[in-house]
Design a protein. Structure first.
Length: 98
């Protein structure tokens, strides 16, 4: 025969066992909260350190790229449409004059 109970709380047998279950449960919940807090702090610290390392690396890379680019007053003549110097030689003129 199956017994079913609508109130499935603590077992009603021994009040000392009930108190012991409550104390152990409260300690387990407290330990979980404390360990969770420390895990959150440790993971947050690792993420913060990694973000600062990546940010510093990106800043350093941008700084080096700025050092390689010419100043704004000294742009190349090809980009501004200036004169390109060079020599040429006519090899043959096979066109007919009209």
């Amino acid at each position: 025969m199956k017994y079913s109970s609508v109130n499935r709380g603590f077992p009603a047998g021994n009040p000392i066992a009930n108190i012991f279950v409550i104390i152990v449960g409260a300690l387990a919940i407290g330990a979980s909260v404390v360990l969770g807090f420390f895990a959150f702090v440790i993971i947050g610290s690792v993420v913060l350190i990694m973000a600062s390392i990546i940010g510093l690396r990106v800043w350093w890379f941008k700084r080096q790229l700025r050092g390689q680019m010419p100043p704004s007053g000294e742009t190349s003549s090809t980009t501004t449409g200036g004169v390109i110097e060079g020599e040429y030689q006519i090899v043959a003129d096979d066109r007919e004059d009209e």
